[in-house]
Design a binder for this molecule. Structure first.
Ligand code: AGP
Length: 590
C-alpha cells in the first residue's frame, strides 16, 4: 500500500514529474497525496486528502531537480491533510515519505518529544524525519543518519528521504518495495515500476535490509546492518508503457477482464523443462502446501481440486495470514507453493519466511517479475498476465489457475494434454468475450444492482470460484455477497433465502451437475432468483449466462462472467471499480 515516487537529476520540473508518475501508482493508495520539492534551500510541501488523479501536475513546475511524492493508504491516523505524507523534520530541512509501519514509533516519539521535538500528525511516519534530524546534529551524514535511524526501527517499511543540505535522496527498505530507475544523469525511485516506465526501463531492485543514496550521477547501495557497499545488477524490464494504460476502456478492470482473451494463453506458454522440474519437486516432497491471500488464495483452493482430480495427489491450501501457525508441520522436505499477483503481499512474504526457517523449499507463482516474492523464492514461475492495475484481481487469477492446472497435469505425466485443454479453453474465452455477451451480462447487472444481498454457490472446483465471486462482487460494488459450497446450503445458509433473493450458481458439465441441480431446486423452492453460469440451460434458471464446456478448465471460464457482472454492478451503482473504498492494490502490511 502507498505509492512512493522520487526523482533526482538534471531536469528542472521534478515536482510535476513525480506527480505525473505518482498518478500511475494511485492503485497502491488513494486516501490522500503529497509532494515535497526542493526549491533553493527550502522544501515546498503540498498535500491534500483525496485522489492524486485530479491534481494538475503543471502547478508543481518549480525549477528543481529534487522531489518526492506519496499517495497514502492510511494505517496510523485518519485520512487528513495533516496525516498525508511527506512529513518534515523539526527544522523543515528533511522530508520523508513512507510505506509500511514503524511499530515502535510511540517509543521513539516520546524520546524525541523529550528532546523538544513537536509533532503535527498522528502518523508513525513523522518520527522518521525528526529522528534523522536528531541523529544528523551529532555530525552524521544524511546516509549514516538514515542508516542509524533504520537500525532503531521495528516493523516493515520502505522510506524515501529528501534532504536540502545534501541535494540527495536516501531510501531504505525492510519489507516494502522500492525500485530504482536508472536514467542518463538522473535517478528515479518508486514503489512500483509504472511510475517511471516512460523515462527508463533499466532498474536496480532494492532488497530487504538495503539502502541507497541517489545523486544525479551516482547511486550507492549499502547494507543497512553493516554499511558495506553492495554492487547491484541492472535489469531491463520487459513491460511496455501501453501495457500499463487502459487504452479504449473506461476502467482498468474492464480492460484487464478483456485481456483474458490472450493472457491465459500466455500463462500456458511455460518452459517445459522448468514445469517438469517443478512437477518432480511436487512428486518428491513430503507435503505440499499452497499459500496465498484473497483472490490468489482462491486460485490455490481451485488447485486443490486440480491436483486431486487430475493428478490424484493431495495438496493443502493455507491462507498466508494463517500460515505461521502451520510451522509445526513443516519439514526440510516440505514444498510450499506461494501464489501472488504483485509479489509484494506482506502476509505471503511472512509465510515464505516461516517456510524458509523450517528449511522448506518455496516455489513462487507470480505476475510481477523481480518482485520480492519472486526474488526470495527457490523457484519462480511467471504467469505473464501483464500489469494488473485495477484493485480487483481478474486476469492474474485466471493466469494463476492456468499455471497451477498445467503443473497438476505435469504431475500426472500428462503435460501435453493439460496444455491442449488450456489452449482450447483460452480460444473459447476469446470467442466468449464479444460485445453481445458483455451486453447480456450488463442486462443482468441492471436487474440485480438494487439488491442488498447475493449468494453464490458452486461444487467441486466451482466452489472456490463461488468464494471468489463473492470477493469480486463485494469489493467493487459493496453489495453483500457470500459464496458457499452448494451442498452446505441446507446446513444453515438456506435460512437467508427469501422471495427474490439473487443466487448465482456456477456449474460445469461434470460429475457434480446433478447435485448442483438439486441444490438449485432447494433454493428455488424458497423463492430464490437463480442466475446460472453454465454450459447448458435448465428450465429452473431465471437468468442464464452461457459458458463454453471447458472440462477441467471450467472454473477458469466460469469466473469471467462474474468478473463482468461485478464490474457492471459497480458501474451501475456509481462506484469506481478500479479504486474501491478502503482497499489498495498490493497489501504490504500485515
Ligand atoms: C483481489 O481482487 C483482491 N484485491 C485481493 O484479494 C488480492 O488478491 C490479495 O490481496 C492478494 O494479492 P496478491 O495476489 O498481489 O498477493
Amino acid at each position: 500500500m502507498c505509492g512512493i515516487f522520487g526523482y533526482v537529476g538534471s531536469r528542472e520540473d521534478a515536482g510535476s514529474l513525480v506527480i505525473k508518475g505518482l498518478k500511475k501508482l494511485e492503485y497502491r493508495g488513494y486516501d490522500s497525496w503529497g509532494v515535497a520539492v526542493q526549491t533553493n534551500a527550502h522544501i515546498e510541501v503540498s498535500k491534500d486528502v483525496g485522489r492524486i488523479s485530479g491534481v494538475d501536475h503543471e502547478q508543481f513546475k518549480h525549477s528543481s531537480g529534487l522531489a518526492i511524492a506519496h499517495s497514502r493508504w492510511a494505517t496510523h491516523g485518519g485520512v487528513t491533510k495533516q496525516n498525508a505524507h511527506p512529513h518534515l523534520s523539526e527544522d523543515g530541512k528533511i522530508a520523508v515519505v513512507h510505506n509500511g509501519i514503524i511499530e515502535n514509533y510511540l517509543e521513539l516519539k516520546k524520546m524525541l518529544q523529550k528532546k523538544g521535538h513537536t509533532f503535527k500528525s498522528e502518523t508513525d511516519t513523522e518520527v522518521i524525519p525528526h529522528l534523522i534530524q536528531d541523529l544528523k546534529k551529532d555530525g552524521m551524514t544524511l546516509e549514516d543518519a538514515v542508516r542509524a535511524a533504520c537500525q532503531m526501527f521495528t516493523g516493515r517499511y520502505g522510506i524515501l528521504v529528501l534532504d536540502t543540505e545534501t541535494h540527495a535522496l536516501v531510501a531504505a527498505r525492510t519489507g516494502s518495495p522500492l525500485i530504482v530507475g536508472v536514467g542518463e544523469g538522473e535517478y528515479f525511485i518508486a514503489s512500483d515500476i509504472p511510475a517511471f516506465l516512460e523515462q527508463t526501463r533499466i532498474v536496480n531492485y532494492l532488497d530487504d535490509g538495503e539502502m541507497v543514496c541517489l545523486e544525479s550521477n551516482k547511486a550507492i547501495f549499502r547494507s543497512i546492518e553493516t554499511g558495506k557497499e553492495i554492487q547491484k545488477r541492472k535489469i531491463e524490464i520487459a513491460w511496455k508503457v501501453e501495457d500499463t494504460e487502459k487504452g479504449e476502456y473506461e476502467h482498468y478492470m474492464l480492460k484487464e477482464i478483456m485481456d483474458q482473451k490472450e493472457s491465459i494463453i500466455r500463462a500456458v506458454h511455460q518452459d517445459e523443462e522448468q514445469i517438469m522440474t517443478l512437477a518432480k519437486a511436487i512428486k518428491d516432497c513430503v507435503g505440499c502446501i499452497l499459500s496465498a491471500c484473497g483472490t490468489a488464495g482462491k486460485a490455490c483452493m481451485a488447485a486443490d481440486y486440480f491436483f486431486s482430480i487430475i493428478a490424484k495427489r493431495h495438496v493443502n491450501f493455507v491462507p498466508s495470514s494463517e500460515f505461521k501457525i502451520y510451522h509445526h508441520f513443516l519439514l526440510p522436505e516440505s514444498l510450499i507453493v506461494v501464489v501472488s499477483q504483485s509479489g509484494e503481499t506482506a502476509d505471503v512474504l511472512e509465510a515464505m519466511k516461516t517456510a524458509k526457517e523450517a528449511g522448506s523449499k518455496v516455489l513462487a507463482i507470480v505476475n510481477v517479475e523481480g518482485s520480492s516474492v519472486a526474488r526470495a523464492a527457490d523457484y519462480t514461475l511467471l504467469i505473464n498476465a501483464g500489469p494488473e492495475r485495477a484493485v480487483a484481481s481478474t486476469k492474474a487469477l485466471t493466469g494463476q489457475m492456468a499455471v497451477l492446472m498445467l503443473i497438476a497435469y505435469a504431475v500426472a505425466g500428462k503435460l501435453n494434454e493439460g496444455r491442449m485443454a488450456l489452449l482450447e479453453a483460452g480460444a473459447k474465452i476469446n470467442d466468449m468475450l464479444n460485445p453481445r455477451y458483455i451486453d447480456h451480462i450488463k442486462g443482468i447487472a441492471e436487474v440485480l444492482h438494487h439488491h442488498k444481498d447475493m449468494y453464490i454457490i458452486g461444487k467441486s472446483w466451482n466452489y472456490p470460484m463461488a468464494l471468489e465471486s463473492a470477493i469480486k462482487i463485494q469489493e467493487v460494488s459493496y453489495i453483500h455477497a457470500q459464496g458457499f459450497a452448494a451442498g452446505e446450503l441446507k446446513h444453515g445458509p438456506i435460512a437467508l433465502i427469501e422471495e427474490g433473493t439473487p443466487c448465482i450458481a456456477l456449474m460445469g458439465n461434470d460429475e457434480v451437475t446433478a447435485d448442483m441441480l438439486s441444490n438449485i431446486m432447494e433454493l428455488k423452492a424458497r423463492g430464490a432468483t437463480i442466475i446460472a453460469v453454465s454450459p447448458e440451460r435448465h428450465e429452473i434458471f431465471d437468468h442464464w449466462i452461457k459458458v463454453p464446456d471447458a472440462g477441467p478448465a471450467q472454473p477458469i471460464v466460469n469466473i469471467i462472467p462474474i468478473q463482468i457482472l461485478s464490474y457492471y454492478l459497480a458501474v451501475l451503482k456509481g462506484k469506481d471499480p478500479d479504486m474501491p473504498r478502503n482497499l489498495a492494490k498490493s497489501v504490504t502490511v500485515k
